[in-house]
Design a protein around this ligand. Structure first.
Ligand SMILES: Cc1cc2nc3c(=O)[nH]c(=O)nc-3n(C[C@H](O)[C@H](O)[C@H](O)COP(=O)(O)OP(=O)(O)OC[C@H]3O[C@@H](n4cnc5c(N)ncnc54)[C@H](O)[C@@H]3O)c2cc1C
Length: 428
């Protein structure tokens, strides 16, 4: 029997914009899930698997204290010495210098205290609530236990290192970061896993910092939730875009062509090759970093322990102890220098003398780095339907959920929770 037609007027389905996001790293996946939850239809395209770019084996630290940019007058002063010392936290492949020169020039210009102050305000706005921003995403993913708020402990081996950090500490405190100076003799009360504390001058404890038990697992959990919410993930390499009356209308990959109404470029350190095709050429480069994951370290610190002097962190992740950090300026193509990874173990044994390095897994990742330490979270100046979200440097995991919120709001023409002008792609 035929059903009687209803006379009730049907409200039209709201339009669900189709968004293509290039890059399924921490940033792309968080933006994808935020957009999918807000009602958009999202396709993530990545040539690899979600999270296997720069997040794969990173330090996994999440916290609001990262308000001091990398470029400061203090870092500039130390630069010549660091570049000559093979064991310093910074290395440069001299053959890469000509390509790096524009980035370095902006880095040097950013390293004035007036700039550092301005940048730290923008960083602080972005970092504020960065851990809490994961909560709605982790709830959807059923993975709330992924984040641990333990605090983290900075160790200073020398008086000079500690004194040299005081201006940065004052800056952090001006931005509202909670930090306690811990005398050397009290360090083991806070972190019993430490060896002989005579070798330290002092520590700084930040109670509001934490870490992801498994950074890669976190991105994978969000990617699964994204799929469950109806999002699509394609494993293809993006090569080009076709431009229509309203901006990019097709994403061209090695496998085919995908229509898009809105486009997000979140391809980490590889984003510049894509934004150039869209008329924007930001000074994005990479600060390569290394890690070692020790499956049976024999010690388990309560919290991530790090050293600014050595540029590395030791994080007690679920898979063991992750030693991660240092910076190598060598671009995207040079092969890894694994002595940089091995240095992490040598350094960590200063703090944990009995550390067992058996079965250590080495890794190198490409931090997507802007010279002023501010990411790009920006509408394309040329195409209103396109948003750029990359360049998060040392903070891409911790900032991914916050960035996802901002990308969602820009794409859906909603007011953003903070002023995004400092993150414009054309600020240089
Ligand atoms: C040693 C080390 C330690 C770190 N420690 C921390 C830490 O403790 N806390 C923290 O918050 N951050 C840390 N970081 C930084 C953080 O890992 C990065 O900032 C973050 O992973 C960047 O995420 P992303 O999504 O922007 O880029 P990625 O994770 O690199 O994702 C970009 C994706 O784009 C894809 N892609 C690129 N080009 C194309 C293309 N043409 N077509 C298709 N796909 C493409 C790539 O395959 C990749 O999956 C660390 C980094 C390193 C290297």
């Amino acid at each position: 029997m035929a059903r009687a037609k209803s006379n009730v007027p049907q409200t039209p389905e709201p339009h669900r914009p189709h968004v293509v996001i290039v890059g399924a790293g921490a940033v792309g996946v968080a933006a994808g899930l935020q957009l999918q939850l807000a009602g958009a239809q999202v396709t993530l395209i990545d040539r690899g698997a979600p999270g296997e770019g720069a997040t794969y084996a990173n330090g996994a630290v999440i916290g609001e204290e990262h308000v001091v940019p990398v470029a400061t007058p203090g870092v500039l002063r130390q630069l010549p010495r660091m570049l000559l010392d093979g064991k310093s936290p910074l290395a440069l492949r001299w053959s890469y210098l000509p390509q790096l020169a524009p980035w370095l020039w902006h880095f040097v210009k950013s390293a004035r205290w007036s700039e550092v102050e301005r940048i730290s305000v923008a960083l602080s706005d972005l970092l504020d609530g960065c851990m809490g921003a994961f909560t709605p995403l982790l709830d959807v993913a059923g993975a709330r236990d992924m984040l641990r708020k333990t605090g983290w402990l900075g160790l200073y081996e020398t008086r000079a290192g500690f004194d040299g950090y005081q201006r940065s500490l004052a800056l952090q405190r001006r931005r509202g970061v909670r930090a306690d100076v811990i005398p050397a003799a009290e360090l083991r009360q806070l972190e019993p896993a430490l060896g002989d504390t005579d070798r330290f001058h002092a520590g700084i404890y930040y109670p509001d910092v934490g870490y992801a038990a498994d950074g890669l697992g976190l991105v994978q959990a969000l990617a699964r939730a994204f799929r469950q919410q109806g999002g699509r993930i394609l494993r293809e390499e993006v090569r080009d875009f076709e431009i229509g009356a309203n901006g990019p209308k097709t994403v061209v990959t090695d496998r085919g062509r995908h229509p898009c109404e809105r486009l997000v470029i979140a391809a980490g350190a590889h984003s510049r090759a894509l934004t150039r095709r869209l008329g924007s050429d930001p000074p994005l480069d990479t600060e390569r970093g290394y890690s070692l994951t020790l499956p049976t370290p024999g010690v388990r610190p309560r919290m991530p322990v790090y050293s600014t002097e050595r540029g590395q962190v030791c994080t007690p992740i679920d898979a063991g102890l992750r030693l991660a950090g240092t910076v190598e300026l060598a671009g995207l193509d040079a092969p890894p220098d694994w002595t940089r990874a091995d240095l992490l173990l040598e350094n960590a044994r200063r703090w944990f003398p009995d550390l067992d390095g058996t079965g250590a897994a080495r890794w190198m990742g490409f931090r997507p780095s802007m010279p002023d330490s501010l990411p790009v979270i920006s509408q394309s100046p040329r195409f209103a339907n396109t948003v750029f979200a990359f360049g998060h440097g040392h903070c891409g995991l911790m900032l991914s959920a916050r960035t996802g919120e901002l990308v969602r709001d820009i794409i859906l023409d909603r007011p953003t929770s903070i002023d995004v002008a400092p993150f414009r792609v054309d600020r240089f």
